[in-house]
Design a protein around this ligand. Structure first.
Ligand code: NAD
Length: 500
């Protein structure tokens, strides 16, 4: 069986901690690999490598850092199928969805290619007579990233392309459940010309994470994962003087107004609720129907659509499945326990995925698409993040009730409203307390050149990921005020000047 280690100073290195975590193929339930769980010392070795590399990488011109990103982008395109297969084999999501995830990550690389423009800073001529001011956006040093299992390529790529393009060096700690893709990305970065030590991968668990949060050489920590861990990351790393962005869990509501196009609603909701088996931080897990008529129609059409869904392995089928398995045996059991709790707490179970089995893959971690009606606040299926293919329908009587419901929820990652009325949509955008809002768009994930982040207990820290906030997060500003009593003169240059 393959044993995965770390990637430090441009080399694959075996972990010597003696502790391992099993990596499974969720479609079959078979263990395919194991990954070493790095010791504190191994993690410190990665930080030391990044610290050393910072001395030279931070001096490389933005233009040349961008050129590495351009080559990396080309390699990602060249290896897209291979990477997507790797994602599907460890995460379970269907192949086309894995390629979609890669594309969303690649878009951040494309954004990072613009770093010479993005890192220009500011300049004011004559802030006083003969006095100029300029603000530099300088890199921080060693930055760390800690990723969840659900986007093994995209979430790391929310972080490191921007960090590295800004002149920082990086230590990535992937999820121990699907660690192969970040290791492959490290190899591709090296092939793209990234100097050794600029990007390092340390696999592990709390032991290595705690080093990243407390070691004084680490300047900034980016985290994506569940809320309890996000809160721990934020408080611990902040207490150790680091800047932190820690993105947490979600419970995303979609409001369906009576004037919404019913077929558009059903099509959007099916993909948003059940795509990637509901294991997306922007998945819609609650549909808020304004009026019983809207709810009755939705429940009836969704039931029909669910009965047509293809659930199966993410690869190898003649016709691709709509949805694959969930990540692990434990997670499948947890999702099923939530479904049982929903029944016990009085929700109406319309479709039940607990007994779903894919013939020939009896040990796979499948949970079928599940639909609840008459869900109410206070029920666990409403209050908590299930992170599985379970959609809850909540019935309300008015738009105002829908808004109050969403604003009262502890999470505020994403939300959407479906309506034909521009006035209602506009009001919703203004008063909803959620970080990312869709108007007739079910999963409003911001593009790479905007920034991604939720509100309330979905994000700890002031700055969102990638886009302009990403550049702000990975740079610190220095403002210089200068006066020159005499001019400096350079010697003559006769050839066309180019920047090196
Ligand atoms: P998780 O919180 O269990 O793990 C995330 C990372 O933290 C992993 O690398 C893990 O090894 C590490 N970790 C786990 N326990 C730790 C501990 N006690 N101390 C230190 N580190 C620890 O999350 P997950 O199950 O991998 O991912 C699913 C969660 O991520 C969901 O809650 C989902 O909503 C969230 N998520 C959020 C976003 C977002 O943008 N807000 C995006 C993707 C996923």
């Amino acid at each position: 069986m393959q044993t995965l280690g770390n990637f430090i100073s441009g080399q694959s290195v075996a972990s010597d901690s003696g502790r391992f975590s099993a990596v499974y193929n969720p479609a079959t339930g078979e263990q395919t690999k194991q990954v070493g769980l790095s010791s504190a010392d191994e993690t410190r070795a990665a930080i030391a490598s990044a610290q050393e590399a910072f001395k030279t990488w931070s001096k490389v011109t933005p233009l040349n850092r961008a050129r590495v990103m351009f080559k990396f982008k080309a390699l990602l395109e060249q290896h897209a199928d291979e990477l997507a297969e790797l994602i599907t084999s460890e995460h379970g999501k269907v192949f086309s969805d894995a390629k979609g995830e890669l594309t969303r990550g690649l878009e951040v690389v494309e954004f990072a290619c613009g770093i010479p423009h993005l890192q220009k800073g500011e300049h004011s001529l004559n802030v006083g007579r003969g006095v100029d001011s300029m603000s530099l956006m300088q890199p921080l040093g060693v930055c760390a990233g800690i990723a969840p299992f659900n986007f093994p390529a995209m979430v790391p790529m929310w972080m490191f392309p921007v960090a590295i393009a800004c002149g920082n060096t990086f230590v990535m700690k992937p999820s121990e459940k699907d660690p192969s893709t970040p290791l492959r990305l490290a190899e591709l970065l090296k092939e793209a010309g990234l100097p050794d030590g600029v990007f390092n991968v340390v696999n592990g668990d709390k032991e290595s994470v705690d080093v990243l949060l407390t070691d004084e050489r680490v300047q900034a920590v980016s985290f994506v994962g569940s809320t309890p861990i996000a809160e721990y990351i934020y408080s611990t790393a902040s207490a150790h003087g680091k800047r932190v962005q820690a993105l947490g869990g979600a419970k995303n509501h979609m409001v369906v107004m009576p004037d919404a196009d019913p077929e558009q609603v059903v099509g959007s909701l099916m993909g948003a609720a059940y795509g990637s088996a509901g294991e997306r931080c922007m998945a819609i897990s609650v549909a808020v129907c304004v009026g019983d008529e809207v709810a009755d129609k939705l429940i009836s059409r969704m039931s029909e659509e669910i009965d047509q869904m293809r659930v199966g392995p993410g690869m190898g089928l003649a016709e691709e499945a709509h949805m694959g398995p969930v990540i692990s045996k434990e997670h499948a059991a947890k999702v099923k326990a939530y479904i049982t709790s929903g029944i016990e707490q009085g929700a109406a179970l319309i479709r039940d995925g607990r007994e779903f089995v894919y013939a020939g893959h009896e040990n796979g971690y499948f949970v079928g698409p599940t639909l609840f009606d008459h869900v109410k606040p206070g029920m666990r299926v409403y209050n908590e993040e299930i992170f599985g293919p379970v959609l809850c329908v909540v019935r309300v009587n008015s738009y105002a009730e829908a808004v109050a419901l969403i604003n009262a929820h502890e999470y505020g990652n994403g939300t959407a409203i479906f309506t034909r009325d521009g006035d209602t949509a506009r009001q919703f955008c203004e008063e909803i307390q959620v970080g990312m809002v869709g108007v007739n768009v079910p999963i409003p994930v911001p593009m790479a050149f905007h920034s991604f982040g939720g509100w309330k207990r979905s994000l700890f820290g002031p700055l969102h990921m990638h886009g302009p906030d990403g550049v702000r997060f990975y740079t610190r500003m220095k403002t210089i005020t200068a006066r020159w009593p005499t001019g400096l003169r350079a010697g003559a240059e006769f050839s066309m000047p180019t920047m090196k």
